[in-house]
Design a protein around this ligand. Sequence first.
Ligand code: B12
Length: 489
Amino acid sequence: MTVPTVDADPGHAFSRYLQCLADADESAAVATARGLLEAGVPAERVLLELVAPAQAEVGERWARNEWSVAEEHAATHISERVVAAVAAYADPRPTRGRIVLACMDGEWHALPARLVAEVLRLRGWQVVFLGASVPAAHLVSYLHRYDAEAVALACALPMRLPHAHRMVEACRRSDVPVLVGGRGFGDDGRWARVLGVPWAPDAPAAADLVADERALRETPPARLDHLADDEYVSLVKRRGELIDSALADLRERVPSTAGYTAAQLDSTISDLGYIVDFLAAALYVDDAMLFTGFVEWLVEILVSRGVPAGAVGSTLAHYGQQLRDFPRAAAFLDRGRALVAGCRRRAADGCSTGRHIYLHHCKDSPAVGARGAVVTFTVTYAQRDGGATCLRLAGELDLGTAGELNSTIDRLVAEGRRELLLDLTDLTFCDSTGLAAFVRGDNLVAADGGWLRLTGATGPVARVLQVTGLAEVLRHGRDTADPAAPAAP
Ligand code: B12
């Protein structure tokens, strides 16, 4: 008798499962998941270690333009069927109270929330899953009719945060504790904290949170004083007018847009709208990083589809011109432009035009830098007497190495260090990912009243800082004096 090989590790089954998604082979995908369950792998692990990472990979392939929207839709549909099959196999019995789980109004990413719903069910909760895009009024009337111990709201896109906040407030009026989750709140939940609402990073943490009534009822105050400047409200009012003027500007600058098909025109208008919506969301939570993160993503998406990064830069410049009386919006747009300029420089240096090409480099060999040569990058740091921390960067800072700088900065911030001076004297190369790491670090420390400054750059690194405007934003000085000395900007 042949004993079939049983896989008891979702990690091992991952590439087979992904292949099923690529082949749109639903029954093989379900069989892969079922095989794991039958081999004794808990249903929760199948959902979180097989289905969830496969969906993230689906997103990456779509972003890199390797998979079409149809392929992504087929894969997601199959994953939905797999989730249902896993849930039916496990068939948990409710032993705890009722949790209502819904996606925010306008939020169509139901699958991540569904995964959370199933994990809560597996842990004994009685879950009512309301699915995608639930209008606030309907959710609230539902909460009035049915007793719920908590309502969990999902948001996958940061641009929906202002809506998320309104929805949270509406739910709270019915006196049901609210928790939120989804990538829309930022990797570390920073925007949930700004909105003053409990957040869970993943399904297991969501299960822990709903079980902790005290933590659930804790509602730290929202930090939204900046909304008093009315920039957010005025920007939202001007949305249509801004998109129209950006389109007119594009037609003037790029005459070939006149020949766009209806579909091309539609997606251009969507992109122009996304820029305004992400800018509005960044103003709402007062975080430039929300906007620069989006710009980086948009450039990646467009470049991988053959649209030059410069097209984004010109539109940001146009919006900047239209919004010159909005200081916060103008500053966020400037930062976005600085990032785009960095991407253009990288392309001009002949590196590549698409970030996915860099990613392949990295996968092949983490020691290979963006320009193909074997590189080293080091970051060392020392605390100065006056309190500032001096980080000394050496070598090449690019997609392959920026993560190291990011994690060093994260570590320092976690240790409570808020004043960072980056000494670039020995840095020989810096691309847009490196620039993004500077901006990210600055945003992180600035959020807590700190600062990040640059010093010592020469040659190409100094030029890229000048060209992108980051030299000014991050107050780069060739010979910034003792880092301990300067007052916070
Ligand atoms: C499938 C998919 C879709 C499907 C969704 C169908 C469905 N039934 O869900 C459709 C086609 C509708 C879609 C549309 C869009 N999508 Co989409 N989508 C995805 C994709 C590929 C997978 C989603 C998924 O299943 N993720 C898997 C789970 C596990 O994700 P997760 O976030 O890690 O979830 C964990 C935690 O976040 C947390 N969690 C999640 N939700 C919740 C909720 C609560 C309450 C709690 C406590 C915790 C929690 O727990 C989870 C498990 O531990 C993602 C890629 C990705 N990385 O997620 C893109 C992605 C989210 N989509 C993206 C985009 C841009 C869009 C569109 C704007 C595209 C477009 N131009 O139209 C639209 C927006 C539609 C809208 N208004 O909502 C981007 C977002 C990028 C950004 N900068 O914000 C992504 C990241 C793709 C990419 N790589 O660029 N999408």
